[in-house]
Design a protein around this ligand. Structure first.
Ligand SMILES: *Cc1c(COP(=O)(O)O)cnc(C)c1O
Length: 295
């Protein structure tokens, strides 16, 4: 697969940032590949290498019905001649949404788990046994690629960065990406992880599992009503961001990240001459589910 790695770094220029004396650099992982963009390719890289080394032919993983992770994983599996199985949160609908249709085109098989079982029992031995009976042996990649191999792929992002930044900002789902970055930060650098949802305890605990450093902080969604919740203010922000900076943001992760970050800057949270590096973790495929366009 042809991946555009190292991905480029773009500096944002605007009167607002100039006035606030804050520099923002964006690590453009959204440009890594037109389909498996963003942090998903980072997290899957070593997982797929491991699966192939161990001669697995089936890959099983987990995600919600609009999962960028399953989207990328199905495509990568097909390219590498592997069969993919997606354990999907929630009920099965007759008509597949754009994300799952894409997965199906890539020959992904779906196994639906209701929300309750998905939350608490998706890794239960009994369920794994059920999956094995149905699909045969498989290589299991946890939800969001959140394991050591996933983390290691994300740590590599910083080896491609030559900007001397003070803050690293990224969007958080499982917090795998944030954990990998924190492990690669210098002591005088600080990570702010923007969570597009309200409860962040699980993500904080996940980070603590992987690192003892304390130069990081997660912030919950302060302006919107939780995961997947969007409104006109956000869609307008994302459109304006595209007009001003010529960079497309998705509504679930990156739109909310920049909305929150710009609010911090507006309120002078950062000292003058602070350099911020933002990871653009992709996610643009999700916009199809919203019928969104940037015009
Ligand atoms: C999946 C995803 C994230 C979350 O990454 P984690 O490693 O699970 O925290 C962030 N941004 C985008 C665009 C994503 O698709």
């Amino acid at each position: 697969m042809n991946l555009n790695i190292p991905s480029p770094i773009t500096k944002l220029n605007s009167i607002f940032l100039k006035k606030k004396s804050v520099e923002i650099y964006v690590k453009r992982d959204d440009l890594i590949h037109e389909i498996i963009s963003g942090n998903k390719s980072r997290k899957l890289k070593y997982n797929f290498m491991d699966a192939q080394t161990k001669d697995y032919t089936n890959i099983l993983s987990y995600g919600g019905p609009y999962s960028n992770h399953l989207h990328a994983l199905s495509y990568m599996s097909k390219k590498l001649n592997l069969k993919s199985i997606g354990v999907v949160r929630g009920q099965k609908y007759d008509k597949l949404n754009p994300t799952l249709s894409f997965c199906q085109i890539n020959n992904m098989s779906f196994y639906y788990l209701n929300r309750e079982d998905y939350r608490h029992k998706k890794y239960d031995p009994l369920n794994l046994q059920l999956f094995r009976k149905k699909y045969g042996e498989f290589y299991l990649i946890p939800e969001g690629g959140n394991n050591l191999l996933g983390l290691n792929g994300c740590s590599e992002i910083l080896s491609e960065v030559d900007v001397n930044f003070d803050f690293f900002c990224c969007a958080v789902g499982t917090s795998c990406t944030a954990s990998g970055i924190i492990r690669a930060l210098k002591k005088n650098q600080f990570l702010i992880g923007f969570c597009p949802f309200l409860k962040i305890l699980e993500q904080e605990n996940n980070i603590k599992k992987w690192t003892k450093s304390d130069n990081w902080k997660l912030v919950p969604d302060l302006f919107f009503k939780g995961f997947g919740q969007i409104d006109q203010e956000l869609t307008l922000f994302v459109k304006k961001f595209y007009w001003n900076y010529n960079i497309k943001l998705d509504l679930i992760y990156m739109g909310k990240l920049f909305y929150h970050l710009f609010n911090y800057i507006q309120r002078d949270f950062f000292k003058k001459n602070t350099k911020i590096l933002v990871l653009h973790s992709g996610g643009l495929q999700g916009l199809h589910g919203f019928n969104f366009d940037f015009k």
